[in-house]
Write a protein of this length. Structure first.
Lengths: 271, 100
């Protein structure tokens, strides 16, 4: 059977370091440390879960869940992400589409996407040599109604079960990206709710990731902002790693970037 | 999204225009050079064009443009408060397994 050899969650944006160079450096170091730890487990598939920021999808066609099925992916290039070709894994992704359909999730297969920073920044922090197959999974947290954390958690469980059906040589790393609290183009832009960020990270760290399902979109909008809806991806990862504990790698309240930046890795050995 | 009244018709024409800027830098330049022509090309209602020509940032709020698209539109016009950033300076020295 295939195996989840590594899992992590991290914010996926980046800002200029002018306002706080030290904090910016700590964020980058934290992201790279997560990358080092993920690579140490020798994954050959990187399932990166993010929202698309209306760069590949648009408001004319709103898709709740989508999975990249292409042979390779070239990032859009925003936030300086390298526009190099990352291999995909068509067998894994098309089989996951079918398995999910058989188990209550109608994922949309997408063939022609250029992943934006939601996928490409964490991917490049981990997969700098483009030698791990990238499979992007999109949870559309910018549409309305947005997929809930509860639904995303359930999708994570389906992914976990799917990986258990896969060949033994498949070593999968699951990376949730997005969050933490941020308010995009709203009067509150620049606010960071450190208490909420702490709660979300603590839930995952302590093995209580399932409790994220109690964070409905309405409650998240109040405490975490419209950008905080991205923690549905963390819920998905938590569903795949249900019961596992994690270790916090970094957290910085980056007001000048309009967001709380955090990252952690999961203890997959106990999974 | 919490800035949207779901009972109100969304500004779909403007949404399409902003989405078009993502992969077409030429539109961004034309928006700066001759916004009225671009608004006409994308069939924006006259009332929307007027608001945008008068005060783009305020118009986005009045028209209840999707937050992520507000971000892109302000960036296209050079009005966004956040400066463009890049991860590349932080990746130097960590390629080819040097950081692994």
């Amino acid at each position: 059977m295939g195996k989840i050899v590594s899992a992590a969650a991290m914010s996926h944006t980046f800002g200029v370091p002018d306002a706080d160079p030290d904090a910016s450096a700590r964020v980058a170091a934290g992201m790279l440390e997560i990358g080092r730890r993920v690579r140490k487990e020798n994954p050959n598939i990187l399932l990166v879960i993010s929202s698309d920021h209306l760069t590949n999808f648009n408001l004319d066609f709103q898709i709740p869940f989508a999975l990249g099925t292409a042979d390779d992916f070239i990032p859009l290039g925003d936030l300086g992400a390298s526009r190099v070709k990352y291999p995909g894994n068509r067998d894994f992704s098309t089989e996951l589409l079918q398995y999910a359909a058989d188990n209550g999730f109608d994922l949309v297969g997408v063939e022609n996407v250029n992943p934006d920073h939601g996928i490409s920044v964490p991917n490049e922090m981990i997969n700098q040599d483009a030698d791990i197959a990238l499979v992007p999974l999109y949870i559309n947290t910018v549409m309305h109604p947005t997929p809930t954390c509860a639904r995303s958690f359930e999708l994570g469980k389906v992914i976990r079960n799917f990986i258990s059906t896969r060949p033994a040589d498949e070593r999968v790393a699951i990376i949730a990206t997005g969050g933490l609290s941020h308010w995009i183009c709203l009067p509150e832009s620049g606010r960071v709710n450190e208490l909420w960020d702490e709660e979300i990270m603590s839930l995952i760290e302590s093995g209580r990731g399932k409790e994220i399902v109690n964070w409905t979109p309405g409650r998240i909008l109040i405490e975490g902002g419209n950008g905080g809806l991205e923690i549905a991806t963390w819920a998905c990862m938590a569903g795949a790693l249900d019961g596992s504990t994690g270790e916090r790698i970094f957290y910085e309240p980056m007001h000048s970037w309009w967001t709380g930046m955090g990252g952690l890795v999961m203890n997959t050995k106990s999974n | 999204m919490n800035n949207i009244n779901l009972k109100k018709r969304p500004p779909v024409e403007l949404h399409r225009l902003i989405s078009s800027t993502v992969r077409n830098p030429d539109i961004c330049q034309r928006l700066r050079d001759d916004p009225a022509a671009v608004y006409k090309e994308y069939s924006l209602p006259d009332s929307h064009s007027s608001l945008l020509l008068n005060n783009p940032a305020e118009a986005l709020k009045v028209l209840q443009v999707h937050a992520n698209l507000q971000f892109k539109f302000l960036a296209a016009l050079g009005l966004l408060n956040l400066k463009p950033a890049s991860i590349q300076p932080y990746l130097k020295g960590s390629r080819n397994g040097k950081n692994c």
